[in-house]
Design a protein around this ligand. Sequence first.
Ligand code: SF4
Ligand code: SF4
Length: 160
Amino acid sequence: MAVAGKARRDSVPGGQLGNASEKIPSREAVALSRGLQLGYSPLHFNPACRSVTMTYVVTENCIKCKFTDCVDVCPVDCFHEGPNFLVIDPEECIDCTLCVPECPAEAIYAEDDVPDAQRRFIALNAELAQTWPVIVERKEPLDDADEWNNKPDKLQYLKR
Ligand code: SF4
Ligand code: SF4
């Protein structure tokens, strides 16, 4: 989903967000602001209603698809782009979950929910986020993205 006017986490004063954000740190306040724009309940972003913060992880089905729908909704710009894959920087992800339903390839999981066969992608996201550039806006997917969606064993095609 393309959303105009994406906020940077360091550019949204918590005081503009009303009572719901008064006790929420700035990064979560940004997520709250973006989430409300997208129609989520404020409770979705209340740390008191959620467990320990974790990261989200891009997994194998993104390879050779890279639709980039996820990028537009991330409130803290934590996606990094490689030639045919995206990764999430675990140091930046605030566990807001907004990207998960946006991914046409259903490639994004909470760290704890990554399938056993794809656990290697947790370290891979952390590693590649160190060197790949940040991507902040959606772009056209790869030409044959639909053809590659849901094909198995795509890790062999990952380009670094
Ligand atoms: S929407 Fe899904 S498939 Fe597309 S770039 Fe994001 S993680 Fe990859
Ligand atoms: S859960 Fe997704 S949208 Fe939210 S901060 Fe992490 S990567 Fe960005």
